[in-house]
Design a protein around this ligand. Structure first.
Ligand SMILES: Cc1ncc(COP(=O)(O)O)c(C=O)c1O
Length: 397
């Protein structure tokens, strides 16, 4: 057999990886050897986990486990089809009905993830004649949805409502427009200015959309999100939520009018072209909603821990930015320093991920912390002590 002298056409990727290593921002994936819990084993080391979106500790809740197992035993492990062919089970409809009731909207459609909910919805609802007015720090899934829609994308500086107004003022009155913001911004933990943006959307006849991924189960009554927190029901046309973070399982959803949801059934590409959630996930999500309704004190515990930990980091002298949520960044600026801080914390038994460009701006690298309802005060104090020790050692504080 003749030997083929093949030049690797992907060789440039190794060069890029080497560049990341030289810059000190190459990331080895951390591997959990245990359950996703507040105190767990990562890369063989016992650590306090400050890197998870498991806000309420539901990933390991006994009631959710039980419902998942029950669903597997009764309905199997998969659905074998996309929703629009044979992949819609009665339990998918029931979950959507319960979510709509929870969010106080006419209807809900569930997607495979929050990412596909955002990307699939924005790209379905808008087309190339339209304009999207988007916060500069909106999540990547919104940005991808905007690109896929082929609409014109106008980005306003983070939370700058006046700048958004300037953009809207210059657009043609009859043009279709979407004004879009995260409810909670995932890297800084601050809130979108929903009341002012809703007013703006109404003034200029724009569709108002909010991505409440990090607000689901965290803000609002029983964790209904920022739309509920700010009392903006009826004023937000499209609400996206996730089932992957506080809800503890996997998935995303869109809540809104019946017409919006029916339209997405026909046009949202992830709904049409990707297999639906397995029964275990659907059952888990329903159990999580029941829990939010029956035991809202879990959310109180999350906020109690959040206040304790934020106060501790501030007292140590760290720059924690403008967070208003359980996401608290420890901003150090330089990417390599953020990775060093994260690595040293890990040596001390604290898992807090370093985040650098391109996820955040080049000069805003950080270690991002997220506390959960299930951390004990002792665990949080242990983490604060480690932050103090390593922060002084690296001359950050
Ligand atoms: C603001 C925001 N929106 C959407 C998503 C995507 O959610 P999911 O993990 O369910 O795909 C995330 C998760 O990283 C997020 O932070």
């Amino acid at each position: 057999m003749a030997t083929i002298n093949r030049v690797d056409p992907l060789a440039y990727l190794a060069v890029e990886i080497d560049a990341l290593k030289t810059q000190g921002v190459y990331r080895q994936l951390r591997v959990l050897d245990d359950e996703q819990r507040a105190h767990t084993v990562v890369d063989g080391r016992s650590t306090i986990n400050l890197s998870s979106n498991n806000y309420l500790g539901l990933t390991t809740h006994p009631r959710l486990r039980e419902k998942a197992i029950e669903a597997i035993n009764r309905f199997g492990v998969g659905t074998g089809s996309v929703r629009t062919i044979a992949g819609t089970m009665a339990m998918h409809i029931e979950l959507e009905r319960r979510l709509a009731e929870f969010k106080q909207t006419e209807a809900v459609v569930v997607f495979q993830s929050g990412f596909t909910a955002n990307a699939g919805t924005v790209s379905a609802v808008l087309s190339k004649e339209d304009v999207i007015i988007s916060d500069a720090l909106n999540h990547a899934s919104i940005i991808d949805g905007c690109r896929l829609s082929r609409a014109a994308i106008k980005v306003f500086p983070h939370k700058d409502v006046d700048a958004a107004r300037d953009i809207l003022r210059d657009l043609m009155p009859g043009q279709r427009k979407l004004l879009i913001t995260d409810g909670v911004f995932s890297m800084d933990g601050d809130l979108g200015p929903l009341p002012a943006l809703c007013e703006l959307a109404e003034e200029y006849g724009a569709i108002m959309m909010v991505d409440d991924a990090h607000a689901s189960g965290v803000f609002g009554r029983n964790g209904r999100g920022t739309v509920d927190h700010f009392g903006m029901h009826e004023r937000v046309d499209i609400q996206v939520g996730t089932l992957s973070k506080a809800i503890g399982a996997l998935g995303g959803y869109v809540a809104g009018s019946r017409a919006l949801i029916e339209f997405l059934h026909h046009r949202a590409r992830p709904f049409l072209f990707s297999t639906s959630h397995p029964p275990s996930v659907v059952a888990t999500c329903m159990a999580a909603i029941d829990l939010l309704l029956e035991e809202p004190q879990i959310i109180d515990r999350l906020w109690d821990n959040t206040r304790f930990f934020k106060a501790g980091l501030s007292a140590l002298g760290f720059n924690t930015g403008i967070s208003e949520s359980p996401i608290t960044p420890v901003i150090v600026g330089d990417g390599a320093l953020a990775m060093k801080l994260s690595d040293r914390l890990f040596d001390e038994g604290v898992f807090a991920q370093g985040i650098a460009f391109p996820t955040v701006a080049r000069d805003a690298a950080r270690v991002r912390t997220i506390v959960t309802a299930t951390h004990t005060k002792d665990e949080l104090q242990f983490a604060l002590d480690a932050f103090g020790k390593v922060g002084r050692e690296l001359e950050i504080i």
